[in-house]
Design a protein. Structure first.
Length: 212
């Protein structure tokens, strides 16, 4: 039985960085499930297809190659906006959840991060983490990240976008963003990535020891 670590949380809480670090630490496979929605949206955009046709979007979702997700390309703002439109479609979510569950079976273990991993995709994960931070902190992180990358950023606009995205993620009817009942909460508002990693590592180590 493979060892699955499920990491959920809102945008810019630090779950992606933490997930990649954990996967590297244990030699596990990592999947940012948000990129699967972005890849589907990009495929639709590239083909000039509409973003409001659920049947077409589902077909594209079933063709996404999980091994070829390019974070740098898929991080584009326009792709993110398009992804948010198809992510609310039940048929698209079902198709991608199937693919994500298949990925989770990879040996020796997997780390999946997203919005509904512990609640929907892998409810039986050995370790579940819910990584969060205040909207103000998350907006500042996103702002600083864009500036550091040489881009231009407006903190107020980013803050409003973070709040809007939270509302959309938490309010959707299908698989809303919420912590699993048995998830460990990690609030990174005043926590360094190193401190968050050590806290997560303690939990993973304990679960691995229990499995032996």
């Amino acid at each position: 039985m493979t060892f699955v670590i499920a990491i959920d949380g809102p945008a810019a809480a630090g779950k992606g960085t933490l997930s990649r670090r954990i996967a590297e630490q244990y030699g596990f496979h990592h999947l940012d499930t948000g990129l699967t929605y972005r890849a589907t949206a990009k495929a639709l955009m590239d083909a000039g297809l509409p973003l409001d046709d659920e049947a077409v979007a589902e077909t594209m979702a079933r063709e996404v190659d999980l091994s070829g997700l390019d974070r740098a390309v898929l991080s584009a703002h326009a792709i993110g906006e398009a992804a948010s439109k198809i992510a609310v479609m039940p048929a698209v979510r079902r198709a991608l959840v199937e693919a994500q569950r298949a990925f989770a079976l990879k040996e020796p273990g997997t780390v999946l991060d997203g919005r509904d991993i512990g609640t929907v995709v892998c409810p039986d994960a050995a370790v579940k983490l819910y990584v969060t931070a205040s909207p103000e902190v998350r907006a500042k992180r996103r702002h600083d990240e864009i500036i550091a990358g040489g881009g231009k950023a407006d903190y107020t606009a980013i803050f409003e976008d973070v709040k809007k995205r939270d509302g959309r993620d938490m309010g959707r009817a299908d698989s809303p963003l919420r912590p699993a009942e048995d998830a460990h909460l990690l609030d990174t508002s005043e926590m360094s990535i190193e401190a968050a990693f050590q806290a997560a590592k303690t939990l993973v180590d304990a679960a691995l020891k229990e499995k032996i």
